[in-house]
Design a protein around this ligand. Structure first.
Ligand SMILES: C[S@@+](CC[C@H](N)C(=O)[O-])C[C@H]1O[C@@H](n2cnc3c(N)ncnc32)[C@H](O)[C@@H]1O
Length: 234
């Protein structure tokens, strides 16, 4: 008689690691940013106004961006704060971000670009930032990975620190965007309800302060996309 086949329980982070490897391949030879020109252009202001409105950055702040890419968003915030820290999962965007931010930095400002593992903030020192942002990043990773990043933010942010981020909401199609490379999956769009994302924020030990919805018909006509923005504090 054949023994019943037992499946080993799967590590919930396995899918998150697979998505990280996919992103690294998108950067390495598949020209992710060449196909997404707006994130290459430091003057493109997608998301900047809402991040400013939610985080209210001041000269006392060091702002961390998770998934900083070419440093576009930090480029906008740098003149208002005392320093910026960018983390991303691949070296290529970090090199570009360093070039860009160095041109704008004042002498006394701190600009730090850090290569992360794509699933945690282990590469960063505790208390290294007072505010954090993740823009068009959390929407591209599995829910468990978002929860891990939010948990890590409790260690990274100074007391009273705040984080704002956006995710794709329930109405957004599961996959969208260009088929950048035939042998790679399209960018994933993990979809959230307001209650779902707020529960993960609170489970990470952060406190939800504000939730906004943004309809993206003006930015991505006909794609049926909308975003949920969250502001939370430590
Ligand atoms: C659409 S780009 C946005 C870049 C930047 N936030 C901006 O608004 O200009 C997404 C960036 O997030 C990074 N990314 C994707 N998944 C990530 C993860 N799990 N951890 C850290 N960075 C990630 C990508 O490498 C890429 O640079």
């Amino acid at each position: 008689m054949l023994a019943a086949r037992t499946e080993a329980p799967s590590d919930p982070m396995t899918e998150a690691r697979r998505v990280v490897e996919n992103w690294r391949r998108l950067h390495d030879g598949h020209g992710y940013f060449d196909n997404h020109a707006r994130y290459q252009d430091p003057l493109h202001d997608l998301g900047v106004a809402r991040v400013r409105d939610m985080l209210r950055p001041t000269e006392a702040d060091t702002v961390l961006e998770i998934g900083c890419g070419y440093g576009r968003l930090l480029y906008h915030l740098l003149p208002e704060v005392s320093g910026v820290v960018g983390i991303d999962l691949a070296p290529e965007p970090l090199t570009k971000a360093e070039e860009l931010l160095t041109t704008r930095k004042r002498d006394e400002q701190r600009v730090s670009l850090v290569l992360g593992d794509g699933i945690s903030l282990d590469a960063l020192e505790g208390g290294c930032a007072s505010a954090a942002v993740a823009f068009t990043v959390f929407q591209h990773m599995p829910k468990v990975a978002v929860g891990r990043y939010l948990e890590d933010l409790r260690r990274i942010l100074t007391p009273g620190g705040r984080v704002c981020f956006q995710v794709a909401d329930d109405g957004t199609p599961e996959h969208y965007g260009r088929d950048i490379c035939a042998d790679l999956p399209k960018e994933q769009a993990t979809r959230w309800s307001v209650a779902g994302i707020c529960a993960v924020v609170e489970a990470a030990g952060l406190t939800v302060q504000r939730v906004d919805r943004e309809c993206l018909e003006h930015t991505y006509p006909g794609r049926g996309m909308s975003w949920i923005w969250v502001l939370a504090t430590v």
